[in-house]
Design a protein around this ligand. Structure first.
Ligand code: SF4
Length: 388
């Protein structure tokens, strides 16, 4: 894992310094396959935000963004990352000896997840005087209609037309097919990895998953991701229980608290509870990718994601996960700066509770630890585990 991520970042750094190569920045559920098929190296600012959160460097960078006009109430991936840029620092320096984030030749975002990514990428478009393209799909969908797929597939076609003069070569349809095929293979393997947690006891936890998921976010469309998940799957088949004496199985909805992964993981395992499944890790499972129909299948896959669905869909989805993974209770993490990925606000926990599924809400945040209390969360989680 360390080597896969290290090689990825070192190569990106080399590409940014090489005038013959081009770097594209992309949102985490943006059309990475199109960018890779055209020959761009792809950087994901959200992944950088997660690194800033996990290393807790964000606690020095969020206030810088706040002081420069970015509210503490908006996405803390954005404020962590923009603040780091303003301060001229990156966790890539300590991790891999890389001095700065790779400068973009083009920025591509998709508002299928939220509109914060648009504001975020627009900041950098101005900062780097760089071309930018946004995919704007229909949002908050109860169901998936053909017209939605056609709309987004058309936007992907426009994107290709926009990218061709930047790259200086036309899109090779065969390469696009190959990238979508590799993405499909990687995502299928990732799904199999997550499904290993159906075993009792489970060989992995949600907290492991947040680390294992790196390549499916940043290396979709590559053979590297396929090889990594194939190896991981083989390793997991021989792995002992992730939590000793697993007695309770928990579902996690919402974002991870990146700066408290270890701490939260310990609270559950010390109480013989295993967080076996999550909305978050499953957000990069895309069974709809089809190399024979790349643009339409990508359009379908990327508008179908959980975060882009209505409450009914979300309720049914979690209920099914509870059944499939033999879940005893659901933890909702209400992230202060990401209402888009927090499903605790519109009565979903109570609806599930009324159906006999125990639920709890933890207040916190993905990066900003000023919104999270160790004491309160520990007390709440321990009391919850005791009652179930
Ligand atoms: S979904 Fe949430 S965490 Fe992700 S970019 Fe949007 S606001 Fe930030």
């Amino acid at each position: 894992m360390t080597n896969v991520m290290k090689d990825y970042f070192l190569d990106l750094d080399a590409a940014a310094k090489d005038p013959a190569r081009k770097v594209a920045w992309c949102t985490s559920v943006g059309p990475a396959e199109i960018l890779r098929a055209m020959g761009f190296e792809v950087f994901f600012p959200e992944n950088h935000g997660a690194m800033l959160g996990a290393t807790r460097v964000c606690m020095d960078t969020i206030p810088v963004a706040n002081a420069n006009g970015y509210s503490p109430e908006i996405c803390s991936y954005l404020t962590s990352d923009v603040g780091a840029y303003m301060k001229g620092i990156t966790p890539l320096t300590k991790a891999f000896g890389i001095e700065e984030i790779p400068r973009p030749d083009v920025l591509v975002y998709n508002t299928n997840q939220c509109k914060d990514v648009m504001h975020w990428f627009e900041y950098y478009a101005e900062e780097f005087d760089c071309p930018i393209f946004g995919i704007h799909p229909p949002t908050n969908l109860p169901g998936i209609k053909q017209e939605y797929i056609d709309d987004v597939a058309r936007q992907f076609e426009e994107l290709i037309t926009f990218l061709e003069p930047i790259m200086g070569t036309p899109m090779d349809p065969e390469k696009l097919k190959q990238c979508v095929a590799l993405s499909r293979e990687a995502t299928n393997l990732w799904s199999e990895v997550l499904d290993m947690a159906r075993l009792k006891p489970s060989p992995l936890t949600f907290f492991d998953g947040t680390i294992y998921m790196g390549p499916i976010v940043v290396l979709r469309g590559t053979q590297i991701a396929v090889d990594y998940y194939r190896d991981l799957l083989a390793e997991l088949k021989d792995k002992p229980a992730a939590v000793e004496n697993e007695r309770k199985r928990i579902y996690w909805d919402g974002m991870p608290v990146w700066g408290r992964l270890r701490n939260l993981s310990n609270i559950f395992s010390e109480n013989n509870a295993c967080v076996v499944a999550s909305t978050y890790c499953n957000s990069w499972v895309f069974p709809d990718f089809d190399p024979e129909d790349p643009l339409a299948s990508m359009a379908k896959a990327y508008i179908k994601i959980f975060i882009n669905r209505n409450d009914h869909f979300k309720e049914d989805y979690i209920e099914k996960m509870v059944e499939d993974f033999n879940i005893d209770g659901v933890v909702f993490m209400a992230a202060r700066t990401c209402p888009n990925n927090s499903n605790a606000y519109y009565n979903l926990p109570r609806k599930l509770k009324n159906k006999g599924i125990p639920t709890i809400i933890i207040d916190g945040d993905l990066c900003d630890l000023r919104c999270y209390s160790d004491e309160q969360s520990t007390t709440l989680i321990e009391a919850f585990l005791e009652t179930i």
